[in-house]
Design a protein around this ligand. Structure first.
Ligand SMILES: Cc1ncc(COP(=O)(O)O)c(C=O)c1O
Length: 481
């Protein structure tokens, strides 16, 4: 069959979608045991250019081949054995919600053309903001992820500092604006500083203590020296769950310092702020409620597929101040009094990234997340205990969230040798493709990063991981001269 039109008939639509849903269902059934990727020797990273298809092909054949490539030869973040970064197995409900979003394709730019979808997004933002500990009025929008949300935070902080910046740019500032984040905070802040025209040097990276939290004395010293040197401090960024190690800054004290110097306080909780959904663990991010703005990424610990970031702020008016524009081709009728989404976001056309979280909360409730977080915290502390008791490894950071960071336990050797041993262990563990862990640098030192992020990961998966780590470390240590 040659597809000559996009308008597939009813029976083809049904046949294709049932076939695809069956495959997705089969895929989900396989995830508990699925290898993350093919064995090392079978991995291919070459790109072969193909000519653009002039004529369409039979859709069933296209999907069959695609599924074979994606599933049999792919890399599976959704596997229960994906144990190295904060990308989750999406809830099945979120997969269904995503299909619905694509089918209905609501345009969230304007409320009039997406009233139901916009209300759902508003409701979801409200739920999350209330879990932060806020009561209305607060504002927020869904974003593509933490990078966009962090960018938004810095932009609003600048607008608060100098509203004229919206029209006149950085030249409306008397002095160069600078902001503060720890040396462990995410590189999206460097990018945002560049994109905002502040320049990456405007980000003052402050050192960390042995819990990998920002050193607050150093922070105050730096603020004071910047003030003395005629810089314009405007924002402090606290991290709730660093990418490297899941460390959480002392948010309460950072809020106090920000307040003392009149600075915007942003919490980048892209990963760890998910604990606000747990009554048992939300105290880990105590002080988050004092923030002027918060980033939280449902596509990390809240088990959503990409893309889902949320930006929240207690200064909702600044959102429309920063992003409001006239759009003469968009007339809003008198009876629609709600703010259009394009007026409160850097995006114009907007995908409905909220439905998957809304639907998951509707189906599983907040208690679904309470359970997920409690279970993963328990699994992670078990793995951290194993590392601590092991002769072969030593913890490289305290375990706070379900991130367990450690190093090969080699005494009397230099940092380069430990880094090489860590790399060799990670390569060895990942060689078969069955499971995946990662390598990182924590406070300038090499470390092996493991993480419990999939709701499918159980103690059995971690026992297998421990076995693989033991074998790899023994091999690496025995190979040494
Ligand atoms: C702490 C933190 N902030 C921000 C980001 C950026 O988020 P995204 O990848 O969704 O843009 C990440 C990503 O890992 C992160 O860990």
């Amino acid at each position: 069959m040659t597809t000559t039109t996009f308008d597939l008939d009813h029976s083809t639509r049904r046949r294709l979608s049932y076939m695809l849903m069956d495959k997705i269902d089969e895929y989900y059934s396989s995830l508990s045991a699925r290898a993350v990727q093919p064995p090392k020797e079978q991995r291919r990273f070459t790109y072969t250019a193909e000519p653009i298809p002039e004529q369409g092909e039979d859709p069933e054949a296209v999907f069959e081949r695609l599924l074979n490539d994606l599933i049999e030869r792919g890399f599976h973040i959704s596997s229960a054995n994906y144990l190295g970064l904060m990308n989750p197995t999406p809830t099945f409900v979120s997969v269904l919600a995503e299909a619905l979003v694509a089918a209905i394709n609501p345009q969230l730019a304007s409320v009039e053309r997406s009233a139901t979808a916009s209300m759902i997004e508003k409701q979801t933002v409200d739920w999350v903001g209330r879990r932060v500990g806020w009561t209305q009025p607060f504002g927020g929008v869904f974003a593509t992820g933490g990078s966009e949300a962090n960018f938004t935070a810095l932009q609003l902080a600048l607008v608060k500092l100098q509203p004229a910046i919206i029209d006149q740019g950085l030249q409306s500032l008397k002095s160069p604006a600078v902001f503060y984040a720890s040396s462990e905070s995410h590189h999206s802040l460097d990018k945002a500083a560049g994109m905002l025209g502040l320049g990456r040097q405007s980000l003052r990276r402050i050192g960390v203590n042995d819990r990998l939290q920002m050193d607050l004395e150093q922070l105050e010293r730096r603020i004071l020296s910047d003030l003395r040197n005629n810089y314009l401090p405007f924002c402090v960024v606290g991290t709730a769950g660093t990418t490297n190690a899941g460390a959480i800054d002392d948010l309460r004290r950072m809020a106090e310092i920000s307040n003392k110097y009149g600075l915007w306080f942003h919490v980048d909780g892209a990963y760890g702020a998910a604990v606000i959904f747990s009554d048992k663990y939300k105290n880990l991010v105590s002080g988050i409620e004092l923030a002027d703005s918060v980033t939280i990424d449902p596509h990390k610990w809240l088990a959503m597929p990409f893309a889902a970031g949320i930006f929240l702020t207690t200064h909702p008016k600044l959102l429309s101040q920063a992003y409001g524009t006239a759009a003469p081709y968009l007339q809003t009728s008198e009876d629609c009094r709600l703010e259009d989404n394009f007026q409160i976001s850097s995006q114009w056309s907007r995908r409905m990234n909220s439905l998957k979280l809304w639907a998951t909360l509707k189906v599983h409730g907040r208690l679904g997340y309470e359970l997920l977080i409690e279970n993963q915290m328990k699994l992670a502390s078990g793995l951290a205990r194993w590392v601590n008791d092991s002769e072969l490894f030593t913890l490289a950071a305290p375990q706070v969230l379900p991130s367990i960071i450690f190093r090969v336990n080699l005494r009397g050797v230099d940092e380069a040798e430990i880094a090489a041993a860590n790399r060799a262990v990670v390569e060895e563990v990942n060689r078969s493709g069955q499971r995946w862990i990662s390598l990182t640098t924590v406070a300038g030192r090499s470390a092996i990063r493991t993480m419990v992020i999939s709701y499918l990961t159980t103690e059995a998966h971690l026992l297998e991981l421990e076995g693989a780590l033991r074998v790899a470390a023994e091999r690496v240590i025995n190979k040494r001269p």
